[in-house]
Design a protein around this ligand. Structure first.
Ligand SMILES: [Zn+2]
Length: 78
């Protein structure tokens, strides 16, 4: 713990800030009023979970927008 942490900013968005300290292998993820401190592996896992969740959500959203167009038009592709 004698080494000074050098946090590198990975993402600095309106809703989410992520910084990484390669020395500790820790990722700090700030989202709204909460902050997560993850280690490298946890972050990698979380990142792939988020990608999976994003894909699933897009499928749901797509199915939802088809349903909104009406049953008739979703059954027939022109
Ligand atoms: Zn550090």
């Amino acid at each position: 713990m004698s080494r000074a942490c050098k946090h590198q900013s990975l993402v600095d968005d309106k809703i989410c800030q992520i910084s990484y300290c390669a020395d500790c292998g820790k990722v700090h993820l700030a989202l709204g009023n909460m902050t997560l401190h993850l280690d490298r592996d946890q972050f990698d896992q979380l990142a792939s979970s988020l990608r999976r969740a994003e894909m699933q959500k897009q499928q749901i959203d797509r199915a939802g927008s088809l349903a909104k167009d009406g049953v008739a038009s979703s059954k027939q592709f022109h």
